[in-house]
Design a protein around this ligand. Sequence first.
Ligand code: AMP
Length: 429
Amino acid sequence: MTDFQSLGLSESLLQAITENGYDTPTPIQQQSIPLILNGSDLMGLAQTGTGKTAAFGLPLIDRLLIEGGKPAQRGTRALILAPTRELVNQIAKSLVSFLKNTHLRVTPVVGGVSINGQIRKLSKGTDILVATPGRLLDLVDRDAVDLASASYLVLDEADQMLDLGFIHALRRIASLVSKDRQTLLFSATMPKQINDLARSYLRDPERVEVAPAGKTADKITQSVHFMDQKAKTSFLLNQLQDQPNDMSLVFCRTKHGAERLMRKLAQSGISAGSIHGNKSQGQRERAIRDLREGTINVLVATDVAARGIDIPGVSHVYNFELPEVAEAYVHRIGRTARAGAEGEAVALCAPEEIGLFRQIEKLIGIDIEVASGEVPPMSAASGRQKRSGGNGGGKRPQQHKQSSSGDNDNRARARAQRRKRPQGRRNAA
Ligand code: AMP
């Protein structure tokens, strides 16, 4: 078995890795770390929970330590971009845990909090800047940060950044970072737009892949229960009451739907919280901490708010409503079975969601086990034209060929996505 010693990392970092409790590198770490240490650009196709933060973070830190030197005023030596506030904070926290015995500084910058403190911190310069694209450009426009000195650029969860409408921001940011840089791009899925992005910004990239695009983690047991939309709340309540010690994430399509469901669960005695675009940064962080620490057992979430967050110990992911686009299903259920643990993904599918359900099965390439209910006919999907707003993930529609009712559904979804995208972007930054 490969160990961290054989990957070429320096001694001080190996010590920090041991102190962090990591024994063996995960597959994405085994593949990526030597390539990044060699100076290659890299395109990593990896799901959440595979250890990709350390896969790019460890060699990045190693190189910065070896290169030595200090950041210029308002400068940064490395720039990491991620789609959401939660993910930025999580990446920064993870990097800090490897930096205990070094002089390197990590600075996270996200929207939703005062910009003045960030401007002050950046005035001294930083070694690693972790940012959401929107807030970073605000800081660039205020002359608070100079990206020209960054010789490393990491794009994490690149597919999600595109989905949130950050493409122009990414192009602008990439043009501000030194041309003579090493660029690393990580994405859970690899749609054509990501390939195009990689072609524009990466030089002869090495490609690493730990699970085929759209494939779900092996250790997740998946099932589906078919039922009417209005039967879902009491079904979920029963499931949660039957397993009071589980740690569950419940996904809804809209922020209002998520809030309503959380209230109903709480009224029935379930200790539940919620994260979605209407919650402040502080509220979101508190809810995630409450779940982590066991103060609550259930977190009701929308896609954007939950994307990329790392909560060890999540045993169940409920798809209370199926996502608008199949790929979001893979991201949702990737919240369980993290770092080698086992997990269950339970989908509740109403007749009008059958088209979405079939698209999910097609994407992941398996038939999900039917645990209860009658499988509705595909014709039931045609009634599903009413779309609500909210931050359901902002994904592009899939181009799957299917029956005429499915095509109608795709067109309706495309319209809904076009309406939704700007809102999703605001929520995330
Ligand atoms: P990530 O995919 O980077 O969000 O990581 C998912 C989880 O796996 C985090 O809780 C990490 O701390 C943990 N992790 C990452 N690499 C390792 C490793 N080599 N050994 C054990 N845990 C790890």
